[in-house]
Design a protein. Structure first.
Ligand code: TMP
Length: 308
């Protein structure tokens, strides 16, 4: 366990390096765990971000790819156009000085242009399959154990992402080799024509700054590639009855994923992929538990076993 140092930073005393895990308020965490445990698994749901949360940040010394980053649409000109957009907009996405309203407009612009290029450049479902099979992407160790544990107890998992649902689901299919009935992906979902060409996106666009606004209103079953995401009813027992939340994210903005719920108890777990003492401090203001050093999901599996 890490403890605060007199200078206000956090260090593991034994190694004098960033700790693997830090807890904001151990007493409060125990109280939340006890409340969730006593309510039982039928009240619990897990809401998880995908990129950098369920997936590893580093893979064999290389940065893991995101659902957007891995996509090769089989059309070099359009891959280059999307890369140029990334180079222009990503610095704006992470800028600390652009006011939020302005940044929201820029993010809307970025997502709209990228989605437009995917359609215009003739993306096919086959290109998605091929891109995923060639991608540098891997789930954190322990993710399968976590999903199996939650499935056995009937605990639903919402994977909530501003990326691309169809790619995330293909990653699930190719990397997990099995489907989980308890997992739903809430993300930008494509519509393909009969020849397998992308023709449109369903519903409202989810980008990094409106993951909260969209909370939980677009989920659809993971195994239903061409299914109607609007068939999912946010007023259903599914969301409303599961008033205890285990939230997993890698950005402070991910806390907004549970905004659409009036939850009773929430334990928020953050994966800090870019360590600095300042970042750890702000993550500890936001999350109950912070994992560092590209940790596995092992700690979350243990936590889940204490909750249900
Ligand atoms: P999320 O996975 O945390 O929900 O966020 C999606 C990420 O996708 C976000 O950090 C920006 C990135 N992105 C790309 O890499 N390429 C793109 O074309 C777009 C629109 C987003």
């Amino acid at each position: 366990w890490a403890t605060p140092r007199s200078g206000g930073g956090w260090m593991d005393h034994a190694t004098m390096s960033p700790p693997d895990v830090a807890v904001r308020d151990p007493e409060l965490l125990e109280k939340k765990k006890a409340a969730i445990r006593s309510a039982g698994p039928s009240k619990l749901q897990v809401i998880a971000d995908f990129d950098g949360t369920l997936t590893r940040y580093w893979i064999d010394g290389r940065r893991g790819q995101t659902s957007h980053g891995l996509l090769q649409q089989g059309n070099a000109e359009y891959d280059a156009k999307r890369q140029a957009l990334y180079e222009y907009y990503h610095p704006l996405e992470i800028s600390a000085t652009i006011p939020i309203e302005e940044k929201t407009k820029l993010m809307e612009e970025w997502w709209e242009k990228t989605h437009g290029l995917l359609i215009e450049g003739g993306l096919t479902y086959d290109a998605i399959k091929r891109s995923v099979s060639e991608a540098t992407i891997a789930f954190r160790d322990g993710v399968v154990e976590l999903f199996e544990f939650l499935e056995e107890r009937g605990v639903p998992v919402l994977v909530f992402s501003a990326g691309l649902a169809d790619i995330i689901e293909e990653v699930f299919r190719q990397k997990l080799h099995r489907s989980f009935e308890n997992i739903k992906v809430v993300s930008n979902r494509m519509v393909f024509d009969e020849q397998g060409h992308l023709v449109a996106f369903k519903g409202k666009t989810i980008h990094v700054l409106n993951k909260n606004e969209h909370s939980l209103d677009m989920a659809s079953p993971i195994h239903d590639k061409f299914g109607d995401p609007n068939g999912y009813d946010p007023e259903s027992a599914f969301v409303k009855k599961h008033t205890n939340v285990l939230l997993l994210g890698d950005h402070i903005g991910d806390l907004g994923m549970s905004d659409g719920l009036s939850y009773e108890n929430r334990i928020a777990v953050g994966f800090l992929n870019n360590y600095t003492e300042t970042a750890l401090k702000s993550y500890l203001d936001a999350f109950d538990i912070v994992y560092l050093n590209d940790a596995s999901m092992g700690g979350v599996v243990e936590l889940a076993s204490q909750l249900c």
